[in-house]
Design a protein around this ligand. Structure first.
Ligand code: DAT
Ligand code: MG
Length: 152
């Protein structure tokens, strides 16, 4: 498991709007491997830790409230290049500026309801996986046998 990993999360609006399956499908069909998955009612301290770099922003309290407003779907996606590629699949932070074809570009209109999170660096990927999957629950080791059909 020395592969690159991204922490990806369907936010409460994505769950409420029934977008979970569609979102998971986009990562599967691209060719990344699902290595962690759980539904979770996020306590405030975890949301604050996850977004701690934004704690001085005026929108921070609303952001924390939104993330804790209903269950989220926590995921670990693995594969070479997954962090950068996931950001491309997800699209720009402001959904009105996200390209059509991206998740936010296709499913959202507002920055405060932008459906999904994806880590912005390898380092943050590991940091966020440590926050959301600290107990190990929701993770499992498995060998993806389609690797030779995906990669040279
Ligand atoms: P991203 O989620 O694309 O990584 P980010 O890390 O800059 O974006 O911000 C985290 C979340 O905070 C983002 O998904 C939505 C919210 N946010 C960012 N900028 C905002 C703004 N100007 N107004 C309201 N919410 C904002
Ligand atoms: Mg971010």
């Amino acid at each position: 498991a020395n592969q690159e990993r991204s922490y990806v999360m369907v936010k409460p609006d994505g769950v409420q709007r029934g977008l979970v399956g569609k979102i998971i499908s986009r990562f599967e069909r691209k060719g990344f491997y699902l290595k962690g998955l759980k539904m979770f009612n996020c306590p405030e301290d975890i949301a604050k830790e996850h977004y701690k770099d934004l704690s001085s922003k005026p929108f921070f309290p609303d952001l924390v409230e939104y993330i804790c407003s209903g269950p989220v779907i926590c995921m670990i996606w693995e594969g070479k290049g997954v962090v950068k590629s996931a950001r491309k699949l997800i699209g720009a932070t402001n959904p009105l500026e996200s390209e059509p074809g991206t998740i936010r570009g296709d499913f959202a209109v507002e920055v405060g309801r932008n459906v999904i999170h994806g880590s912005d660096s390898d380092e943050n990927g590991e940091r966020e996986i440590g926050i959301w999957f600290s107990s190990g629950e929701g993770t499992a080791e498995w060998t993806p046998h389609m690797e030779p059909w995906l990669r040279e």
